[in-house]
Design a protein around this ligand. Structure first.
Ligand SMILES: Cc1cc2nc3c(=O)[nH]c(=O)nc-3n(C[C@H](O)[C@H](O)[C@H](O)COP(=O)(O)OP(=O)(O)OC[C@H]3O[C@@H](n4cnc5c(N)ncnc54)[C@H](O)[C@@H]3O)c2cc1C
Length: 370
């Protein structure tokens, strides 16, 4: 029998990244009784975990959350640390109730609300917003296990700077923005190879002196929904390379390969039959989403959340910040505000009035605290 301190809130937001903060802004404005639970010990954790030299592919003009512009020259491409600082300042400026060191272990339905379980306490809430990010669990392909211990391997989330990687020939696996950018940084000091599993459409960062996102925003393409023809087309092509491309990589002396299909000892083999002996491998091979801790039947057979613009079939349970949640912009700094505003309206509309509001039943194993 556990003795859990259980508190009550109208709304619990799980995740204190840009998505959690963006809806927090609206909830605070509505005067909603809510909290934001963040697993990490410091704000903007996801950004702080990315490599040191990372620069955004969106210019500052397109990096703002609702109510507060991204500071400085709007045409520049901010660094990782500038984003972390902006998000930290944002939470402070609007006095958002972010509880750090608060990993949610389970969410389950109880009566007409939810229990949100942490290690040391629980919340009961009528409504819960899951804002735990589109890039959660680093994915490394199983062939990594076939490399011997002499090869230094890391996922891109562990890569910080060229000093993270041993001298000698390095292979970066993954032909997305992350793979290209890390390969380019490493190419200044060593021999770098890049394995590209599937080609992504390269787009220039600036066109006729303007940021790419100016065109996507002005033409409305960034807000085309998943249901629209253009949206469906773009989604099929999902990932686009912004600013990087194979020609530019070759100019940096990076040697390009096809998909890495096998490994043995210190050798990686590629789809075209070529082999490469390596000292280090960086797996820029993406992420998987893990929602296994949400014990509510809103997932399809593949574990993907089923929702309509973030609204699930379980009353009061929402997702925010997912890739293509509604549009291409849904998981981007400058556009997550659209879905956040939409969901905040849904939350407000579902809030019972004081007169109609029965107390949330408290489990027998818990005692209430506020
Ligand atoms: C390398 C890279 C570069 C990017 N560059 C850009 C860019 O230039 N411009 C742009 O607009 N977008 C960019 N993005 C996309 C997007 O803006 C980021 O991924 C952003 O971090 C997503 O914000 P989020 O709030 O949805 O998720 P996250 O930032 O991942 O925040 C989710 C938070 O939830 C917390 N959490 C997770 N599980 C739990 C739990 N069970 N309990 C409590 N807390 C939990 C995590 O600790 C985390 O802090 C980039 C993404 C990557 C990976």
């Amino acid at each position: 029998m556990t003795s859990t301190i259980t508190s009550q809130r109208d709304v619990v937001v799980v995740g204190g990244g840009q998505a959690g903060l963006a809806i927090g802004y609206h909830l605070a404005k509505q005067g909603t009784d809510f909290t934001i639970l963040e697993a990490a010990e410091e704000p903007a954790a996801a950004w702080r975990e990315r490599w040191d030299s990372l620069r955004l592919f969106t210019s500052a003009r397109y990096d703002s959350l609702p109510g507060m512009g991204f500071p400085g020259d709007q045409e520049r491409y901010p660094t990782r640390d500038e984003v972390a600082d902006y998000l930290t300042d944002y939470a402070r400026a609007f006095d958002l109730p972010v509880e750090l060191n608060s990993r949610v272990r389970a969410v389950r339905r109880q009566n007409d609300g939810y229990v949100v379980q942490l290690d040391d306490r629980a919340y009961e809430a009528r409504q819960v917003v899951i804002a735990t990010g589109p890039f959660q669990t680093p994915f490394v392909p199983p062939i990594a296990e076939d490399l011997d211990d002499g090869v230094v391997q890391m996922h891109s989330t562990e890569y910080r700077s060229p000093e993270s990687v041993p001298d000698g020939r390095v292979l970066v696996v993954g032909g997305g923005n992350t793979g290209f950018q890390i390969a380019e940084e490493l190419s200044a000091t060593r021999e770098v190879h890049l394995a590209i599993g599937s080609r992504q459409t390269p787009l220039p960062q600036r066109v006729f002196g303007r940021d790419l996102f100016w065109y996507l925003d002005t033409t409305g393409i960034i807000r085309k929904t998943t249901a629209s023809r253009i949206g469906k087309l773009m989604r099929k092509r999902e990932d686009t390379l912004i600013g990087s491309n194979p020609r530019r990589a070759r100019r940096h002396g990076i040697q390009l390969h096809g998909r890495a299909v096998a490994a043995a000892g210190s050798t990686v083999s590629f789809a075209d039959g070529a082999d490469l002996d390596v000292r280090g491998v960086i797996w820029a091979t993406g992420f998987r989403v893990d929602h296994s801790w949400i014990d509510v039947p809103v997932f399809d057979g593949t574990g993907r959340a089923v929702h309509e613009r973030g609204v699930t079939s379980s009353p009061g349970l929402y997702f925010l910040g997912q890739l293509w949640q509604h549009t291409r912009g849904s998981a981007l700094l400058g556009w997550v505000k659209d879905d956040a505003a939409y969901l905040a309206e849904k939350v407000a509309a579902s809030r019972p009035t004081a007169a109609s509001q029965p107390a949330l039943a408290t489990s027998t194993e818990s005692r209430s605290a506020r």
